[in-house]
Design a binder for this molecule. Structure first.
Ligand code: UT7
Length: 326
């Protein structure tokens, strides 16, 4: 049994923040942001939108695209670093809103690698025969955890959600070929939001110390991202006996254009095979790869049989790759 993506959907909030808007908020310039990150604008959720609201919109679109009814979904797997609340899971909130009764529903936390982790879990559930039809969702509102006075992080992130319906198939002509996921928790302090968990519950003191905001060691993270994304891309290729020339489309996590270019150069991937939309959305964490895939699919850029390599890296540190035959 192979896991096949049979429908995709995504949703980004309407409000746009441009580099010029950021120029008015912190000591930065459009030129610095463009050249150092590749970003031009990003979306930001409205005050009354939470992770589940974005997720529901994306999920409805994916279900419609797949022509699958809510009652046919057997499991909802939702990757996010920014859930509606500590518990219950955002997946449960989405389940009720979509009228999917009784299906298993849970969140997973792997930061920007959340999509690859979720795809890997989905693949295993389907291969084992446990479930046939799974709704995979990623949703992020990282802008809620940004210190808007910190120019090194506030320019980077955007909000959004993406979803896909994945179904088991006995046919061998398409589907997830392999997934590889990794982590190294000794680098946990590279990107983190320390406040709000059980180690540091929300208090006046934690807010005064700005512990509810994301902290990132940008430069160190950058170097690890290039190294690990390259390694796991090579792992995916060699595990399946493919060379880089077999790849039709490369969708890397959209964290920084310089990371994408460095990884692509090390792998030797031709520029026309790389999908980049970082200029429109910034870094949307676990959403970036499936959002890009949805754009590619809707843009009619994929042909049956195309081989897609997807590679992510993020807080944890976590990283991973997936190969999908379209
Ligand atoms: O999603 C997965 C995880 N995230 C990532 O993979 C992000 C990885 N990191 C990055 O993308 C980059 O490290 C950043 C874009 C965050 C920063 O770029 P950098 O080339 O690593 O810059 P830097 O941190 O080494 O800073 C260089 C200079 C510093 O000034 P000084 O100390 O040299 O005077 C910063 O203060 O750039 C300054 N700087 C800025 N200047 C203008 C930092 N942010 C800004 C800014 N505007 N927004």
């Amino acid at each position: 049994m192979r896991a096949k993506i049979i429908g995709t959907g995504s949703y980004v909030p309407e409000k746009v923040i441009t580099n010029y808007d950021l120029e008015k908020m912190v000591d930065t310039t459009d030129e610095w942001i463009r050249t150092r990150t590749g970003m031009v604008e990003r979306r930001i959720a409205s005050n009354n939108e939470a992770a589940s609201d974005l997720a529901i919109m994306a999920a409805k679109r994916a279900l419609k695209d797949a022509d699958v009814k809510a009652k046919d979904i057997e499991m909802i797997l939702l990757a996010t670093a920014t859930p509606d609340m500590l518990f219950p899971s955002t997946a449960c909130i989405v389940q009720t809103a979509l009228g999917i009764k009784g299906a298993a529903a849970f969140d997973i936390s792997a930061a920007c690698t959340g999509f690859i982790y979720a795809l890997s879990i989905t693949e295993e559930y389907i291969k084992s025969g446990k479930y046939k039809t799974i709704l995979l969702i990623t949703t992020e509102l990282l802008t809620r955890y940004i210190d808007w006075t910190d120019r090194s992080t506030c320019i980077l992130f955007g909000d959004g959600a993406s979803a896909m319906v994945i179904q088991g198939t006995n046919s061998r002509d398409g589907g997830v070929i392999s997934t590889h996921i990794h982590a190294d928790g000794s680098y946990a302090d590279f990107i983190s939001v320390q406040g709000g968990g059980s180690r540091c519950v929300v208090s006046h003191e934690s807010v005064d110390k700005k512990l509810h905001f994301m902290k990132m060691k940008g430069n160190e993270t950058f170097k690890m991202a290039v190294k690990m994304m390259t390694a796991t891309a090579r792992e995916a290729l060699s595990y399946n006996g493919f060379s880089v020339d077999d790849i039709n489309l490369f969708i890397p996590h959209q964290a920084n254009i310089r990371i994408i270019n460095a990884v692509s150069k090390k792998l030797g991937i031709a520029p026309e095979k790389i999908y980049i939309n970082i200029e429109k959305y910034g870094n949307t964490s676990a959403v970036s790869i499936p959002l890009a895939l949805d754009e590619v699919v809707k843009g009619g850029r994929l042909s049956k049989g195309d081989l897609i390599l997807m590679v992510a890296f993020g807080g944890g540190l976590t990283w991973g790759s997936a190969l999908v035959r379209w």
